[in-house]
Ligand binder design. Structure first.
Ligand SMILES: [Fe+2]
Ligand SMILES: [Fe+2]
Length: 194
């Protein structure tokens, strides 16, 4: 049975998780936890499980590509060609597996971590909470963020559409290959765009 976390477990969880992060990422994870709690409350997701997912979502982000690939083979994660060359894409999958191994998270939290970078079509509420909290937490600053922040607290699906669109534009601008899951997710959510 996976661990059931309560509010009382969160301080110990933070203490155990933060050492896996680069120092500069701690503030992001703290911001993400706050935001995930608030979004979860707004939409009726469990705010404690959202906090757990946020605390753990970037637990393998500090690892470079070769270490990401080592974790992939250890956990049996099958990578496609784009993922094989992207530590940034892999950290969500390796992070979910590592978090389960270390902290015995349940499937809802696991999936929220697993999908937090690309998104996917028809996401669970917890997956949307973490995807968006990661995107708009208070330390984030980029063009259009205020519009996205407003959307998140108005309509979670139109926020997903907007977030995915912005993410696709960002990937294109940086000259990275677009992962299919993101394109498929946008296809799914674009009808909510307003
Ligand atoms: Fe991440
Ligand atoms: Fe993150």
């Amino acid at each position: 049975m996976p661990a059931i976390f309560t509010a009382r477990d969160l301080p110990a969880l933070r203490k155990a998780a933060y050492p896996y992060l680069k120092k500069k990422r701690v503030k992001h994870v703290q911001g993400c936890e706050k935001e995930a709690y608030a979004i979860a409350l707004k939409y009726g997701a469990d705010p404690i499980q959202a906090s757990v997912a946020a605390i753990l979502h970037d637990i393998t982000k500090a690892l470079d590509l070769s270490n990401q690939l080592i974790l992939c083979s250890r956990y049996g994660i099958i990578c496609d060609d784009i993922e094989k060359n992207s530590a940034s894409l892999l950290h969500s999958k390796t992070g979910a597996c590592r978090a389960r191994e270390l902290f015995d998270i349940d499937q809802t939290v696991f999936d929220a971590i697993w999908w937090h970078t690309t998104g996917r079509p028809d996401m669970s509420l917890m997956e949307k909470v973490i995807y968006l909290a990661d995107y708009i937490e208070p330390t984030r600053d980029f063009e259009g963020i205020e519009k996205l922040r407003t959307a998140v607290y108005q309509d979670i699906d139109s926020a997903m559409a907007l977030g995915l669109k912005m993410s696709m534009e960002d990937v294109e601008q940086r000259g990275f290959p677009l992962h299919r899951n993101t394109a498929d997710a946008f296809e799914y959510y674009k009808e909510y765009l307003n």
